[in-house]
Design a protein around this ligand. Structure first.
Ligand SMILES: CC(C)(COP(=O)(O)OP(=O)(O)OC[C@H]1O[C@@H](n2cnc3c(N)ncnc32)[C@H](O)[C@@H]1OP(=O)(O)O)[C@@H](O)C(=O)NCCC(=O)NCCS
Length: 179
């Protein structure tokens, strides 16, 4: 199965390898590189946070996923009681060299991203405890990622926007699915 990815738990020692990945030059692609260079070290220093690196059979690092938890307001109503404890994917990406590998030939679940998402969803399910939802954000210009999460992975868009500290002007879409 030449297309089957292997994965490894990333530690701080693996960050230089992940930081060498290139996701593209759009702002929403560059922010994934920024996350790896500016936030991932601190992220890995906190219990319950994970980054996985994925390798193809030639030993190339193809991409990464990450997993954490978050408190999200799922309804838009006020007050702390509206906050729900969820599993959360802060960032993921595939190196530009490996975008769309197998597109049109290999079914999505067997493609690189399909395998990576399947793995991170399994990890989220394994670690969820009482949490029954998995969330992630997309930049409003990242129509491709939004399309994938909605049409391939069962995520639904919340009727709310999320504002992140690193990009306070931008209303991110919030996506959620059951686990
Ligand atoms: C988002 C990302 C992980 C997708 O991986 P990929 O290998 O490029 O994905 P593919 O090209 O195989 O596309 C998979 C699906 O995306 C959708 N898609 C592809 N191109 C698209 C486009 N231009 N617009 C909308 N949807 C598109 C299709 O549903 C496609 O499935 P199909 O080929 O069966 O029709 C990758 O492009 C990436 O790492 N981007 C930069 C970082 C990033 O955006 N991370 C996500 C942050 S939330």
């Amino acid at each position: 199965m030449p297309n089957t990815l292997l994965w490894a738990d990333a530690t701080a020692d693996d960050l230089p390898l992940l930081q060498s990945l290139r996701f593209g030059n759009q702002p929403y692609e560059l922010e994934i590189s920024d996350w790896l260079s500016q936030d991932a070290g601190k992220f890995l220093g906190q219990n319950g946070n994970f980054i996985w690196a994925y390798f193809n059979r030639s030993g190339d690092c193809v991409g990464f996923t990450s997993l954490s938890t978050a408190l999200w307001n799922l309804t838009g109503s006020g007050g702390c009681s509206a906050l729900v404890d969820i599993m959360y994917i802060p960032a993921l990406g595939i190196d530009k060299r490996f975008h769309s590998v197998g597109s049109g030939e290999i079914p999505f679940p067997d493609r690189y991203l399909g395998q990576m998402l399947n793995h991170v969803i399994q990890e989220a399910t394994k670690r969820k405890r009482t949490r029954d939802k998995l969330g992630l954000l997309t930049h409003p210009d990242n129509g491709k990622a939004a399309d994938i999460y909605q049409s391939k992975c069962g995520f639904e868009k919340l009727p709310l926007y999320y504002f992140v500290d690193s990009n306070p002007e931008t209303p991110y879409f919030q996506w959620i699915r059951k686990i």
